[in-house]
Design a protein around this ligand. Structure first.
Ligand code: 13P
Length: 252
């Protein structure tokens, strides 16, 4: 059975105190929820990871990072290494978010190097990909996502996928209030699973969790999560509110 995952990407939101409060409030909301075979992850900004890890210790909530540099260490002002995250007990990290691709020029080449660094350091990646509105409108969404996957994943080994969670995030649905329809999500998730099956075998494809991200909220989570190849969500805005995030977790 594939693991179900609800992950909250907090982006550049919440200071340390607010971050701890939000984790405690989520804990409170989900304390009686049966989470067998389901992981709940929150991804606060770097500076709050240490405190957040302590606050979330011994709870149902895991703490992950939003980004990581690919180099071991060195003169990369403002960057964070795998070793730094590991030393905080943070071993899962989002790689390739469309905001990193767009605002910080993270190309497929850079993301491929980041993925390798994650895997070499025995960490786990939540790897994001997705098409832009223009690509969706011209019916090139499958082609574009196929290209992104080919450029970043195809030189990995089948065993690497034990430490990879995939996240389909159509750029046009992120923070816009517009969500992919359940059918659009299913079409893409099924396409991605087939691409993985073709290149790495059925076992890898059947076991990998593929999350949907893009304006998931309590009112649409159940419908999206009910799709056969959707194994959970990567939630932005709605993960900043404990009630909403808990409602989405309950919808899985
Ligand atoms: P929203 O849920 O705010 O659309 O953001 C999705 C996202 O980017 C998660 O990584």
């Amino acid at each position: 059975m594939r693991t179900k995952i609800v992950a909250g990407n907090w982006k550049m939101n919440k200071n340390e105190e607010e971050s701890n409060q939000l984790i405690k409030a989520i804990q409170n909301e989900i304390s009686t929820v049966n989470l067998s075979n389901t992981r709940v992850i929150v991804c606060p900004p770097f500076v709050n990871l240490s405190a957040a890890s302590k606050t979330a210790k011994d709870s149902k909530i895991e703490v992950a990072a939003q980004n990581m540099h690919e180099a071991k260490n060195g003169a990369y002002t403002g960057e964070i290494s795998a070793d730094m995250l590991n030393s905080l007990g943070v071993s899962t990290v989002i790689i390739g978010h469309s905001e990193r691709r767009e605002y910080f020029n993270e190309t497929d080449e850079v993301l491929s190097a980041k993925l390798k660094a994650v895997l070499e350091n025995n960490m786990e990646a939540i790897f994001c990909f997705g098409e832009k509105l223009s690509e969706r409108k011209t019916d090139n969404h499958l082609l574009e996502v196929g290209n992104q996957l080919r450029n970043t994943l195809f030189d990995l080994k089948a065993e690497d996928f034990k430490n990879i969670i995939l996240a389909y995030e159509p750029v046009w649905a992120i923070g816009t209030g517009e969500t992919a329809s359940p059918e659009q999500a299913q079409e893409m998730h099924s396409f991605v699973r087939n691409v993985v099956a073709k290149n790495f075998g059925d076992e890898v494809a059947n076991n990998i969790s593929i999350l949907y991200g893009g304006s998931v909220k309590p009112s649409n989570a159940k419908e999206i999560f009910s799709q056969k190849d959707v194994d959970g969500g990567l939630i932005g805005g709605a993960s900043l509110n404990a009630n909403d995030f808990a409602a989405i977790i309950k919808a899985i």
